[in-house]
Structure formats: C-alpha cells, structure tokens
Design a protein around this ligand. Sequence first.
Ligand SMILES: [Zn+2]
Length: 440
Amino acid sequence: MRVRCFFTVLVALLFVLSGIVWAQDTVQDVENFIGKNKVTAQHLLGARAAAVAMDELSFDRGDENVLSMTSAGYAIVKGQTTEKCVDGITAVTGCTTGGGNLLVIHRSKELPLWFAFYKKDTKEMIYLQANDTVIGKSPAEINTLPVESVFSIIAKENIDINSLLGEPEKWNEKISKKVFGGNESSLIGIANIWSHTNTTYDYLQAAKFHNHICPGVTSGYLIIKYLDKYLPLKPGQSYKIIACPAWCKDDALQVILDTTVGKKAMYVMELTEAQKSMLPDEAKGVAGLFIRWDGKSETGDGLVLGFDFDKAGELAGTTNLSGPFVKLKTALTMMDYVNHPETMVSTLKQFKVTSAGELTALQSAGVNPLVKVGLMNDTGAAAAAAPGITVKIDGKVQNFSQPLVIINDRTMVSLRAVAEALGFKVDWDGTSRTVFISTK
Ligand SMILES: [Zn+2]
C-alpha cells in the first residue's frame, strides 16, 4: 500500500515537473526568438504544442525531416486571431516558411486551432488540438497547465502511404472517429506529398490553399506545367482562364498563376449533365479555356485543354482500388509526371481571340464558351446521340431537313417540319417573335 502511494505521488510529481521542465527548456527559446518582453500566451501555446511533438516524435530543433502544420492564423477563437502561435512553433522547432517545412493550412475561421507535426523518416504524425478554454489565459497559465488541459486532442499515428492503402477498414474507422479532429485526410495527404521528391514550394502553396491533396488539385499543377511548355507567357501577357467545368484544379491555378476570380482572370462555369453528354468523346475530360492574353494588343491565343484522369489511375495502379487514401496514391503518382505533363494533359482545340469584346463574349453569363470556340455544338453533338429515331405520320417515314435531337431525354423535332407535314401553314413573325400555324 505504501509503495503504491509512493508511486502515485511520484507520477503526480513527474507531471508537475514535466511542466516546469518544459517551461525551462523552451520558454528561453521563445524569448530569444520573439524578444523577452513580447512573448504572449499564443506564442507559448504554439511552442508548447511543438515541445510535446519533439518529445513524442523524438526530434531536435532544426531537424529537416520534420514538417510543422497549423491552422493558426486562420482560426479565430473567442474573437481572437491566432497568428502568434506560428512564431511559437518556429522558435522551438526551427521550422520556417522559407525552409518549406512550416505550412499554415487554409481553414475557415470558425474551425478549431490545431497543430500537426510529421517526421518523414519514421512516417509518424502527431496532432494537437487546442482546447478553446486556453485562449485568453495568461502566459504563466499556459506554461503551468497540465498538457491534457491545454490540448483537447493529442493523437499520434503512422501515416506511411503503404500502410494507409493496406488497411482501408482500419483507417475508415479512424476517420469516422476523427482521430485528428476531422483533419485526417487533409493532413495525411499534405504530409505525404510534402515528402515526395518532386514536390516544389509552389505546389505546396496550392496545397495550403486547397487544404487537401487530390488528383484534382494535382491536375491543376500539371496543367500549369503544360502551359509553361505550350503556351508560355511573354512580358505584358497574362492568363485568362475559363474554368468550364470547374474542379479542384482551379484552386492551384488561382494560387500559382494569380488568375483569381476577383481580378477577372478566371471565370468559372459548370456544365449540366445534358451538356456533358453532348461533349464529343475525345473532349470528355475538358478542363476549360486557357487564353494567353496580351494586354497591349488586346488579343489572345487560346487552348482548350483536357485532362485524362483514367490515365492517372492507370499509371498509379489505382483504377480498381477503393479506400480512403486511393486518391492520395493517384496524386502522389501524378507528381512523377511534372516534367511530362502531356502524359495526362492534352490540347483539344486551339483558337484566337481577336478583341477585348470577343474575350468578354466568351466570359459572359448564359454563354457556353465550349460552343463558342467550336469544341462542341448545342445540337449537332446531340443529333449524333439520337441515331435510329424515326417519325412516321400515317405510317409514312418523315425525312425532315432538320435532324432530330435529344435534349434532357426529350426528342426534339422542328415544329415547322411537323406542322407542314400535317398540312398546316406555318408563318414566323420576327418582330413579335410569334409562330403562326393555320389550317390554310
Ligand atoms: Zn480537391
């Protein structure tokens, strides 16, 4: 009994001591980095998350195998922005933006404040979610509170891509239990792509903004590599993009090319299922219109590009796989092709834009730009999709000059052709936009 008591006291003492030791070891680092009189509770919160990670993942300051990620700077907790936590992480881990191993991941402001650390040689990741109640506490309180009061979640997992793919059921369960606070796919994806030898900082910029890794955002990166080769910019030129249809690629394009929606460098349009069905087979993977616009001459060279996701799946060997990390595996394989983007990106059509008015016409509401540039037409492609349908009147096959088309599962026939075949007289008044049908 006495031994057990002694042991309990010892464990309790170690907890208290670990807090004090933490403070002694790292507060000095924070003070050196921030300036002694400028240290805030937020600096210490970021530093404390980093100190736990260093202990759990066994790394020292400046270890280049380590990636730090956080939502600090985007998360707003109890009305307070949280950017100072980021410097606390740097002070302790040595991870920096310039070093490419400190990533502030885009999140909506109301989502939790969290910290994640990944060590690429052991493939272990630790996730710490700040307890909202610590925001507003004093620096001294952040230093001395037990670690389990400072963080509401502390979780460590091995995130090696092969074990992720090999244990889909285990990971489905971990994801449903939100082991990393609902950030599992996001953080595991970014950490894995960060470790890829071909990953560059510009890709990571897109990853930070898009906040997850998928074949979609990676296709955007490969499209940029394709534009570098086949539609490079000269001074005075910029890209105008019509994302039709839109997908994750467009976030990479906006971040890396600065083709933002707000600056009118990107217009985003969706295709309806009926419009998609009208696309010619070779254009099923259409990604949109990419125009190299010359501001001085107000003219542009355009490419309609397509992306082949089937090819990406085939190269990754993921076509018939299922599980939560299959798309990540596809994205990782796609990074092997950054110097050969034409493996998956293709030019479906070239076109010229000869005036600013013509550019506006492509971008305006109600216009299908793919029809405008002649990649598809509204009715011709549909006519091809409606073969073998005949119309008979009193048993006699009608050969209308206008082809039959199917739009939204309805077979469309020219009203004039049918009415005239039935013996009616048809007149059109363009001024009042009226069709007159009379019995002669
Ligand atoms: Zn995505």
